[in-house]
Design a binder for this molecule. Structure first.
Ligand code: SF4
Length: 209
């Protein structure tokens, strides 16, 4: 059984693949927060900007097996277009996916990306791995295609990650009331530490999901 909040076709808004058309499959649930406001203060991750509770979003639902979920993802990709690409996100997708499911996506022609907090093992056959480490959590996924750190995070120094084998290193301003000042801090950090590149949540600026 898979529980999915929503599935939709859009453009990737963040990181190295910004602008790339993708089906987003947002899995329900996360291991670092319940998703309920009353629990936010005590959560390991307390700055989340995503609704990953329940299965009531567009295209969301409970899928009895991978065949059903594969069909739902496939149906979101425009007919007759190539370069099929799916981003498994959440919540924390690693709570629900496995090697066979990724293999199934490959079999129907999708390149597969994951956005994970990196605290749980992930299948080895994923094509593009984005890890977004959170303070007060233990990083288990220590390599991948991009490490995208929300910045600033209390108690997290980007230098802690800079020797890990990732191909891209991004800092992304922490959203919320202090977005402007956090953006200034982020771009200042990038200017002084060129390993790190700025990632903006461009979907928020242009009004897409
Ligand atoms: S780890 Fe990601 S999905 Fe989970 S609460 Fe934090 S930002 Fe939200």
């Amino acid at each position: 059984m898979f529980q999915v909040k929503e599935i939709y076709y859009t453009l990737q808004g963040e990181g190295a693949r910004t602008g790339r058309p993708a089906v987003f499959c947002r899995f329900t649930g996360c291991n670092l927060w319940t998703g309920r406001e009353k629990d936010r203060e005590k959560a390991v991750c307390n700055f989340c900007d995503t609704d990953f509770v329940g299965v009531d979003g567009p295209g969301g639902g409970k899928f009895n097996d991978s065949k059903e979920l594969l069909a739902a993802i496939s149906n979101c990709w425009p007919k007759d277009l190539e370069q099929k690409y799916v981003v498994l996100t959440g919540g924390e997708p690693a709570l629900q996916i496995n090697q066979d499911f990724i293999g199934g996506l490959h079999n129907i022609g999708f390149e597969v990306a994951i956005e994970t907090n990196g605290t749980l093992p992930i299948p080895s056959n994923i094509d593009w791995v984005t890890v977004s480490p959170k303070s007060n959590s233990v990083l288990k996924v220590e390599s991948g295609d991009e490490l995208k750190l929300v910045f600033p995070q209390e108690g997290v120094d980007p230098r802690k990650f800079q020797n890990l084998p990732f191909k891209n290193f991004f800092l992304q301003p922490l959203d919320g009331e202090e977005r402007t000042i956090n953006t200034q801090k982020t771009l200042q950090y990038c200017l002084e530490n060129p390993l790190w590149n700025l990632s903006l949540q461009s979907h928020k600026y242009i009004g897409i999901r």
